[in-house]
Write a protein that binds this ligand. Structure first.
Ligand code: LLP
Length: 448
């Protein structure tokens, strides 16, 4: 007990949650995001609330576009929309000149409703339905990423029946091991995604694609996993993909136009995470790729990347109201918030860790170790464990940082709790991008 007390007193104010982008503590000791204080945000939009720091989001988009480029390499940055998608986000991504990837009819529908230029849409999925394939073709999307051999025939016959052609990439699995959480590792030899570059079949599959009258075979796609911190994993995957392109060229005579290297760049959630310096890394990636393409005399292959989490994560904060506190018989200090696993399932699903702060007590020193619990009927509904905070009182506001990616997009209505609104805040003003769900929204599809 004494040790905890001394430890907490050594922590300086504000050190227990990293502040990103426009976040700062204002003169009244209140957290501010996008020039609005957490109290004003709460007053105008209510809680729980997904807040997006619009300036940071735009700056991050620009960081990718400006650094993943080089005079001697064709490049393209595609936002992986599964991380966070709604019409407002798709519009912003378009304004910032990124392309977008979708993995379902629902994601495709959303980006089309946002008037996203169809030629800049990439469609993924390991089991696209006939309806999804039709929808992609009817809306003239730019590129279909074919997952497997069987899918070639499906897409071809749909194109045939509509007398159309389409650019395609083939998703392959380069077998690069990336150090990440097991559940979100997509590249091992038994991954459900793509065709292995080690299978003998791969040359035949490439030939089939190349010979097709309906498919313009542009090249290969890979994605080695998510929340990866090792630069070398990405470099090795890029080099392996280029070696593979050379191998295919040597064995089949097919010269590809494009290589899509996927996303997965790791970001900061807590001080355990060591993200790369993205600017330097992206520039290095371009250089290493150019060198390798030159070595193998592969010429002008276009390189694409597909970041999701690293675009939106740090720009997102969830604001909750504290409804109560409880010290258990066993000595655990709980804070109860007005959201939880419904708006952020990642701690329960992946044991993901987050930082948090009492947004109206930024200048107070931490004095307690709290467990932040949501309001769902489930013991696993815990957002943060052992969070050092000043004494919490009913009505305080709890801000959890870095909730931009895979929170809103993975949210559920468990316990019939409506999903929070999404607000983009910039220059002291907030705009609602997604309205707060109502009870009527919850029963919308129930048959009376
Ligand atoms: N491209 C493909 C083909 C992908 O499968 C993914 C993510 C991405 C790009 C974007 O990866 P990112 O840059 O966001 O790491 N729900 C999990 C993450 C699943 C990622 C799935 N694929 C989570 O909450 O951590």
């Amino acid at each position: 007990m004494l040790i905890v007390f001394f430890y907490l007193n050594f922590l300086k104010v504000g050190e227990y949650m990293k502040l990103f982008g426009t976040m700062r503590t204002n003169d009244d000791g209140i957290l501010e995001i996008g020039g609005m204080s957490a109290l004003d945000i709460k007053k105008e939009f209510g809680t729980p609330l997904y807040i997006v720091d619009e300036k940071l989001l735009r700056d991050t988009c620009r960081l990718f576009v400006n650094n993943f480029k080089s005079d001697d390499l064709r490049t393209e940055v595609i936002y992986a929309s599964k991380a966070f998608l709604n019409i407002g986000m798709a519009k912003l991504v378009n304004e910032e000149n990124l392309s977008i990837d979708v993995v379902s009819g629902g994601e495709l529908y959303t980006v089309l409703k946002a008037n996203f230029p169809p030629e800049k849409i990439y469609m993924h999925g390991n089991n696209k339905t006939a309806e999804e394939i039709d929808m992609a073709i009817d809306n003239n999307i730019g590129t279909m990423v074919i997952d497997n051999k069987q899918e070639i025939a499906k897409v071809e016959s749909a194109l045939e029946s509509k007398d159309k052609k389409m650019d395609v990439l083939l998703r392959v699995n380069p077998g690069i091991e990336a150090h990440t959480h097991e559940y979100i590792q997509t590249t091992n030899h038994d991954s459900k995604f793509g065709e292995s570059i080690f299978s003998e079949d791969i040359y035949d599959i490439s030939r089939i694609l190349d010979k097709s009258d309906r498919l313009n075979f542009k090249g290969f796609h890979c994605h080695i996993g998510s929340q990866i911190f090792e630069e070398e994993s990405f470099i090795q995957a890029a080099l392996a993909m280029i070696d593979f392109a050379k191998d295919v060229k040597d064995k089949t005579g097919i010269s590809i136009d494009s290589l899509n290297l996927g996303g997965g760049f790791g970001i900061y959630y807590t001080e355990e995470d060591r993200p790369m310096d993205l600017e330097k890394f992206l520039q290095r990636l371009c250089k290493e790729i150019r060198k390798k393409l030159d070595e193998l005399e592969l010429g002008d292959i276009k390189i694409l990347i597909e970041p999701g989490r690293s675009i939106i994560s740090n720009a997102g904060t969830t604001l909750y109201e504290i409804g109560g506190t409880k010290e258990t018989y066993g000595g655990k200090d709980y804070i109860f918030i007005d959201g939880g696993m419904g708006d952020n399932p990642r701690p329960a699903l992946y044991q993901a860790k987050y930082e948090g702060i009492i947004a109206n007590k930024m200048n107070q020193n931490p004095s307690h170790k709290y467990t932040i619990a949501g309001k769902c009927c489930e013991s696993g509904d815990i957002i943060i464990r052992d969070l050092e905070l000043p004494e919490a009182e009913v009505g305080d506001l709890l801000a959890v940082s870095t909730t931009g990616a895979y929170n809103y997009s993975m949210a559920s209505n468990y316990n019939r709790i409506p999903r929070p609104a999404v607000v983009f805040i910039k220059d002291g003003k907030g705009r609602i991008v997604v309205k707060r769900e109502t009870y009527d929204d919850l029963i919308r599809n129930d048959v009376l």
